[in-house]
Design a protein around this ligand. Sequence first.
Ligand SMILES: O=C(O)CCC(=O)C(=O)O
Length: 427
Amino acid sequence: MSRVTPLSAGEEDEISQLLDNIPARPYPTYDELTYDRFLNDHLIPNTPFLLSSKTTSTWPASHKFRLAPAFSSSSYSSYQAGPSRPNLSALRPYAHHVVPIANTLRPQYSEFERTERPLGDVLDQWEGGGAGDGRGGGRGMYVKDWHLMAEIEGEGRGVEEIYEVPECLRDDWLNPPYTPSPRPPSSGRSKSTSASTSDFRFTYLGPALTYTPLHRDVYGSYSWSANIVGRKIWWLFPPDRLEAVRDENGELVFDVRRLEVQGGGIKVLQEEGEVIFVPSGWHHQVVNVDFCISINHNFFSSPTLLSIYNTLCLAQIRVEDAISDVKEMIIERLGRNSDGWEKEWVEEVQGLLERDAGWGWRGFWRTIVQNLKDPPAPQRLSPPKEMRNAWIKEVIHLYQQRREWVILEDVTRTIASIEGTLGVPVQ
Ligand SMILES: O=C(O)CCC(=O)C(=O)O
């Protein structure tokens, strides 16, 4: 059975209002995008684009997870007329995965109420339809950040049962290596726990009007997102266009739909099958206008190293501010003139940064080493080596002005090994 909760009249209305006044798409949509063009027109200038549905038309997910639109014949022209319905039965093989769920009807401060449950329970709710049962049939429930690919690989299979990363997007330093073949199964993980959260390949699914509030991606990364089923509206905010989305305290609002002219965001309707590229550091909000199944990756590569570096510096400043009293305590205990206090303080900050931001300087430089040693994409799908090396040298040069350069000796050795790989000392 793959019947999902019907929409109420109010929800139908809300969706038609959202679909009203979609402006002409201000960004290019490519059937084919060469790596050269991607690099020069989008990665380096940091600008959005879309890939047409041709890109995902051969993905197994596009066949497995789509059912023909309701009220239409299965002719090609009527298929074109509207988005598909989700084939929830085809998700049953993954019913045992414990997935993160956001209740998008219950915002809590700057997040939604969140739970984790086996996917099967969520599918039951959606397929239960909610007609008259008072539970709403899973209304507002959004499966977000499900590590489907890591789960599949953890079970000893390969992600080719779902998708294939578009060629131009394979130079991915956050999720290396790109591999169409199975990675070794992870050991000792029970079937009822969720997969490693260490990768950034996510699957999202949820009914119309579930949404992701205004945010910027982790580490200042880029992201790409492919609609397998359904359409999404995106509001994109370049870094210089954020004034109108701040509240009276200067904080970013949660939901730009509440603002006049939606905060001046650039509104893009992403059709079924299309892939959207979100530049590094751009805030965005997303609303599903149909039941949506989508796959996205957060990623970065050498052209955006500087922005990733700056994002980490800012995260560190926030951590240092939050625990400034700890610094005073360390100084009081060890004495300002001792050698030890600064080392202990720097380590304290790195530990908290790793927990809070997901990584510190050790993780940052280790990522560069790994990607130099084992590039995730062949040279024809990566920036020319001279460009890549120049971007790496730029961040090494900046890091050498920091106190951590002197204090974190293991990191300094890691950087020396990078310099060895690049062939020249940076100083
Ligand atoms: O599809 C969504 O709800 C959110 C996706 C997103 O924010 C992203 O890909 O960065």
